[in-house]
Write a new protein. Structure first.
Ligand SMILES: [Zn+2]
Length: 230
């Protein structure tokens, strides 16, 4: 987990370029979509690091039950392991983005590495789902001067997020739901996780358990759920 304190420390140590590297919505290293361009009560649920055989089916079940579209930033390595789950994400009408292949932080990787990682992620997704992703989200949102341009060259718009609720720390489904609902604003892109970028058996069931509450509460406050498009 990257705490704000550590990010601030690293940023201070590195100087100018660090803002673009460590702030996922920074425009310094190329344009990133960090919120929906709307003042309407629209919210986009996004799920990173999947698929996983533990949480992805439960997340999909919850979304289907409430007829909510979402966006999944799939990790190539996990797509190869569970192609049927990636296919189910596509079959159920959700938007699919690329989260790369290895899930190593891209900030200190050279252009060749970045290009290969984005391309491998793309290939895995295309192979499993038939969908060619037009969106890319960097692991942890960390970028460098070439991540966004390379993604664009490969036909993918770089996407950040507005609100993270630290669901990966597994604070309990009720805490995840409360953070998501309390801090949601019109145009929020909400970052959630249906997988673990490092441990394929990482457990994200709390996120799945939080979903019905998040959906019901946001709907009762007048929010509409939208999938992302590039
Ligand atoms: Zn990730």
């Amino acid at each position: 987990m990257i705490t704000p304190f550590i990010v601030a420390g690293v940023a201070a140590a590195l100087g100018g370029g660090a803002h673009g590297a460590f702030y996922r919505n920074s425009q310094l290293f190329g344009r990133t979509l960090g919120r929906l361009p709307t003042t309407e009560k629209h919210v986009a649920l996004t799920f990173d690091d999947g698929p996983s055989e533990i949480a992805t089916p439960r997340v999909l079940d919850a979304l289907r039950r409430d007829n909510v579209p979402a966006t999944f930033f799939l990790l190539g390595r996990h797509v190869e392991r569970w192609p049927h789950l990636a296919r189910r994400v596509a079959d159920e009408g959700h938007a699919i983005g690329n989260h790369g292949y290895h899930h190593r932080k891209l900030t200190f990787r050279g252009p060749a590495y970045v290009r290969v990682d984005i391309a491998l992620g793309t290939d895995a997704i295309v192979q499993a789902t038939g969908v060619r992703p037009s969106m890319f989200r960097a692991p942890h949102g960390f970028r460098s001067p070439w991540v966004t341009p390379i993604a664009r060259e490969l036909g993918q718009r770089t996407i950040g997020w507005t609100l993270g609720v630290w669901d990966s720390d597994r604070p309990g489904a009720d805490v995840i739901a409360r953070r998501a609902v309390d801090d949601c604003r019109p145009g929020t892109i909400l970052l959630l996780h249906d997988g673990d970028g490092y441990d394929p058996s990482g457990d994200r069931t709390q996120t799945a358990e939080a979903l019905p509450t998040i959906i019901a509460e946001l709907r009762s406050r007048g929010y509409r759920f939208v999938g992302l498009t590039a």
